[in-house]
Design a protein around this ligand. Structure first.
Ligand code: AMP
Ligand code: ZN
Length: 124
């Protein structure tokens, strides 16, 4: 890969909002951290419980993952379950917006963990 392209990737990672939260360069209300995952409160909550479950590793979206990320993706879902169990959520929604057309605004994979109000379907 050309040096210019490498630099562009490094710059993008340095600017990524959620990578910056992982590095504690931007404050967040963190509720869980382990070697692979971080969970923090969404800054604009859409439900009484609205958490973001993210991999510490930068993945631009779910589509950017590979077969090699399968264990990591499973771990993120288990983390969501642990959180739900720990705060006794009887039901919750776990959703990722993949791509601009689906509403993705931050290009670092994240699962929204939403709970505490009635949820309609389809989500719109
Ligand atoms: P999405 O639109 O699916 O990409 O979701 C991005 C989410 O990140 C939105 O729900 C935002 O409210 C949330 N968000 C943006 N900036 C921050 C931040 N600094 N801390 C916590 N959540 C944030
Ligand atoms: Zn990132």
């Amino acid at each position: 890969m050309p040096v210019g392209a490498q630099k562009a990737i490094i710059d993008a990672l340095q600017e990524c909002l959620f990578c910056r939260i992982v590095r504690r360069e931007i404050p967040a209300q963190i509720v869980h951290e382990d070697e692979q995952a971080l969970v923090f409160k969404d800054i604009t909550p859409q439900a009484p419980t609205h958490l973001l479950v993210i991999p510490k590793k930068h993945l631009g979206s779910l589509s950017a993952s590979t077969d090699g990320d399968a264990l990591l993706l499973g771990h993120l879902q288990r983390v969501a379950c642990w959180i739900a169990e720990s705060v006794k959520l009887s039901s919750f929604r776990l959703v990722t917006n993949n791509g601009k057309g689906a509403g993705q605004s931050v290009d670092h994979l994240h699962y929204h963990l939403l709970a505490g109000r009635p949820m309609s379907w389809p989500p719109g």
